[in-house]
Design a protein. Structure first.
Length: 479
């Protein structure tokens, strides 16, 4: 229910608005005026001069001049999403108390050093969704307090080292969705923004990350580089960004990871490398990222996982994404360096045989996804190294028979999904080692006979699915 304003207040407001002659265009409160979508072609000059907020979005203003705001010197927030193509020199000269300026969605093309003069207290500047192709040297010198600068969805192709001077307090710089290419980021571009915490460069045209690109970013914590065309990362590129926590390289075209690519990232916790074309990872690549907690390598072209690939990942805990590769082999000891891992995603690969040396080292693993592979055999003792496993998904594989030695070591397993295999035969004692099993799924197989003691040990079982089989002998009279 809408709250009804007392009639007295409404009358009072109407009187004020009438007196000021802005009843048509603006709705004013004690502190601000809201003139949104009123077909204004210029800034109204008859508003209370004491307002601290002015919203002029979605009008038809095309030019801003110094006289437009000279009456409103108390402004702290100004919203100007219009069709502005021209901002005359010193247009904001009198707005020394302004902290937020929104110029999103206009038609600005070039930013000049006389544009933001006077904005000594500005903290947030929104310039996204314009047609900005250049930022002249010194443009931001007048705005030393700026913390957030949004330049996404523009037409920048080049970043020069004189573009961001004056931004000594900047914490967040958004440059995503431009046309910035590698060769056009000058070395030292970010030397003038030492307080930057987040840098967004995704959806650009970067091809190579060069070692001089990120100098000066000693406080950076998040770097988004996804959906570029990055094929290589030069040695030492991240040496200047030792505080980085999150590095997102999703959807690029990296093919080989080298051990010198991630040096300097001693504090990195999250590394996203999904949707690249990675076929190989050099030994020791992750030795430089010992704090990594999450690693995404899904949708790549890995074929063999080697025992030297994941050294250094001793803190990897939450999840390790290896789904959608072409993995047909996992060498003995591959996961020995990742003892903290709890979730391992290996579905949509080409595994055929699970060997007893594949999952050694995974003493804390809780969930293992192996569905959509081509697994036809599981060697005795394969799961002995994973006693904490609660959840094992093996559906859509090629298993033909279940043996009593396949699931040993799984004393904590609660969920086992074997749907859509070619299982014809279940040996007696197959589930003797899994007394905690609650959910056992076996549908869409070709099981003919259920051994009479199948469930003897499964005191916790809540759900057993056996439909779509060829069962002729069914031993459970009690069910
Ligand atoms: C600017 O802000 C300061 C501090 O809040 C205040 O004292 C001053 O009156 C403001 N200036 C104007 C023109 O409102
Ligand atoms: C990858 O980025 C390209 C643009 O560079 C985009 O067109 C495509 O949709 C993205 N793909 C994914 C899977 O995000
Ligand atoms: C699965 O393995 C069989 C041989 O065991 C092979 O013929 C088949 O192509 C494999 N299928 C896939 C999808 O890899
Ligand atoms: C299972 O039964 C279907 C029809 O009910 C039959 O076509 C199929 O050959 C049987 N499979 C086995 C392994 O007996």
């Amino acid at each position: 229910m809408m709250k009804k304003k007392p009639a007295g207040v409404l009358m009072f407001l109407l009187v004020i608005l009438k007196v000021l002659g802005t009843a048509e265009a603006c709705r004013c409160t004690a502190s601000g005026c809201f003139c949104i979508g009123r077909r204004l072609t210029s800034v109204p000059q008859d508003l209370p001069t004491t307002i601290t907020e002015l919203e002029l979005g979605h009008n038809q203003i095309t030019i801003l001049s110094q006289s437009d705001f000279s009456r409103y010197r108390s402004l702290e927030t100004l919203e100007l999403n219009n069709h502005i193509s021209t901002v005359n020199g010193q247009a904001f000269y009198h707005l020394s108390n302004l902290t937020t300026l929104r110029l999103s969605g206009n038609s600005l093309t070039i930013l000049r050093p006389d544009m933001f003069v006077g904005l000594g207290n500005l903290e947030e500047l929104w310039l996204d969704n314009n047609d900005i192709s250049d930022i002249q040297a010194g443009t931001f010198n007048p705005t030393p307090q700026l913390r957030l600068l949004y330049l996404k969805y523009n037409k920048l192709t080049t970043l020069r080292s004189d573009m961001f001077t004056g931004l000594g307090n900047l914490e967040r710089l958004s440059l995503e969705n431009n046309d910035i290419s590698t060769s056009d980021i000058q070395a030292g571009t970010f030397n003038t923004t030492p307080q930057l915490i987040y840098l967004y460069l995704y959806d650009n045209k970067l091809t190579i990350l060069r070692s001089g690109m990120f100098t000066g970013l000693g406080n950076l914590q998040g770097l988004s580089l996804y959906s570029n065309e990055i094929t290589d990362i030069q040695a030492g590129t991240f040496n200047p960004t030792s505080q980085l926590r999150m590095l997102d390289l999703y959807n690029n075209t990296l093919t080989h990871l080298r051990s010198d690519m991630f040096t300097g990232l001693g504090n990195l916790e999250y590394l996203h490398l999904g949707y690249n074309d990675i076929t190989d990872i050099q030994a020791g690549t992750f030795d430089h990222t010992p704090q990594l907690k999450k690693l995404a390598l899904y949708n790549n072209k890995l074929i063999t996982l080697r025992s030297d690939m994941f050294t250094g990942l001793g803190k990897l805990g939450g999840a390790f994404f290896l789904r959608n590769n072409e993995i047909s082999d996992i060498q003995a000891g591959t996961f020995n360096p990742t003892p903290q891992l709890r979730n391992l995603y290996l579905y949509n690969n080409k595994l055929t045989t699970l060997r007893s040396d594949m999952f050694t080292g995974l003493g804390n693993l809780e969930r293992l996804r192996l569905y959509n592979n081509n697994i036809s055999d599981i060697q005795a003792g394969t799961f002995n190294p994973t006693p904490q496993l609660e959840w094992l998904a093996l559906f859509n594989n090629k298993l033909t028979s279940l043996r009593a030695d396949m699931f040993t070591g799984l004393g904590n397993l609660e969920y086992l999904n074997l749907n859509n295999n070619d299982i014809t035969d279940i040996q007696a004692g197959t589930f003797n080692s899994t007394p905690q099993l609650r959910y056992l799924y076996l549908y869409n197989n070709q099981i003919q006979t259920i051994p009479s003691n199948l469930l003897t040990n499964l005191m916790q079982l809540r759900e057993l699915r056996l439909s779509n089989n060829n069962i002729t002998t069914f031993p459970f009279e009690d069910l």
